[in-house]
Design a protein around this ligand. Structure first.
Ligand code: 3Y8
Ligand code: NAP
Length: 248
């Protein structure tokens, strides 16, 4: 009897949850607990960490999980690494739903870097208007270049003081091309910092930057351990032994 654990937190994971609910597959959806009011899911939902690999192993065993689906964000590297270890330790089949990285299109002006510190180094010394579209967890290193006028975008309002002066947009996305163009034009943005998240929910800012001829400092994804990975909900449903009725 199938009982799936979905490690979610992305738009793709929400699409998968809808398909799994529609197929009446027994499953649990898991959020990391990064936002105040995560979107509701059509499945029983848990929020928060498991307590490392051992906590996840215990969860899999106690809950009788038979299949694990890692549908977390490509930058949620620690969660993905824990999942590989815990599924090996418990002998539970694992598959990842991982969206393809964005690739540079003609007209894109990308500066590709490996991590946040390299992104800070890639910013100019001369004062610029910088849009940091990397969430709340990774902005501290930009305090090394306080000369810039920063615009940040968070899902929730900041609780603690920011490590540097910045203007904060509170918005959960997904974002549209028009709203991104409007925001960049009215704020006179001259640089954008983004993570190569892939997917559609965050891509509008990349298209807007190209149209406005703005440079994008693009942070590459962390290396993840080898595991079975697919890019579509339909392939996950097949793996679970069900036919997806996507769009039906
Ligand atoms: C809690 C679930 C959906 C809704 C939204 C997608 C689409 C919009 C694009 C920018 C980039 C960023 C960020 C972003 C996007 C979608 C989708 C996507 C990027 C929610 C969600 C959770 C999170 C966590 C949040 C992180 C932050 C990252 C903001 C829900 C809304 C920057 C990723 O303030 C914080 O602490 C935010 C933390 C983790 C990146 C970070 O590392 O700081 N996502 N985002 C997940 C959990 O608890 O398990 O609250 O409903 C999901 C979405 N975020 O489902 O259609 O791509 O899935 N989310 C990035 O680097 O691109 C915004 O502003 O342009
Ligand atoms: P991370 O650094 O890889 O994970 C750190 C710890 O958070 C994990 O070891 C685990 O704690 C807990 N955790 C993370 N994801 C979890 C989940 N889905 N369910 C239960 N516990 C989880 O993760 P992150 O980069 O902070 O991302 C956290 C969450 O936000 C993930 O669900 C990810 O998918 C989502 N996210 C979404 C986007 C987006 O654009 N949609 C972007 C970034 C992150 P324990 O060790 O205690 O188990």
């Amino acid at each position: 009897m199938t009982r799936a654990l979905i490690l979610g937190g992305t738009a793709d994971a929400s699409l998968l949850a809808a398909e799994i609910a529609r197929a009446h597959i027994d499953a649990v959806y898991s959020y990391g607990g990064r936002t105040r009011a995560p979107a509701d899911q059509p499945l029983p939902t848990r929020i928060g960490g498991f307590g490392g690999v051992s906590g996840l192993v215990d969860y899999i065993r106690c809950e009788g999980i038979t299949h694990v689906i890692d549908a977390t964000h490509p930058f949620a590297a620690e969660m993905s690494r824990h999942v590989v270890e815990a599924s090996a330790e418990t002998g539970t089949p694992l598959i990842a739903l991982e969206r393809a990285p964005w690739t540079r299109a003609p007209g894109d002006n990308w500066i590709e870097v490996h991590d946040v510190d390299a992104a800070v180094a890639a910013l100019p010394e001369a004062t610029a208007k910088v849009f940091l579209a990397i969430g709340r967890q990774h902005i501290a290193p930009f305090a090394a270049k306080p000369q810039h006028a920063y615009t940040l975008r968070f899902v929730d309002p900041p609780e603690a003081p920011l490590p540097f002066a910045a203007d904060v947009i509170v918005s959960r996305g997904p974002f549209t091309l028009d709203s991104e163009l409007e925001m960049m034009r009215t704020r006179g943005i001259t640089w954008i910092v983004a993570r190569n998240s892939g997917g559609d929910g965050a891509h509008a800012k990349i298209d807007a930057a190209r149209m406005l001829g703005l440079p994008v400092i693009m942070i590459a994804r962390p290396k993840l351990p080898e595991r079975l990975r697919v890019e579509s909900v339909g392939e996950i449903m097949q793996w679970l032994g069900h036919r997806a009725c996507l769009g039906a």
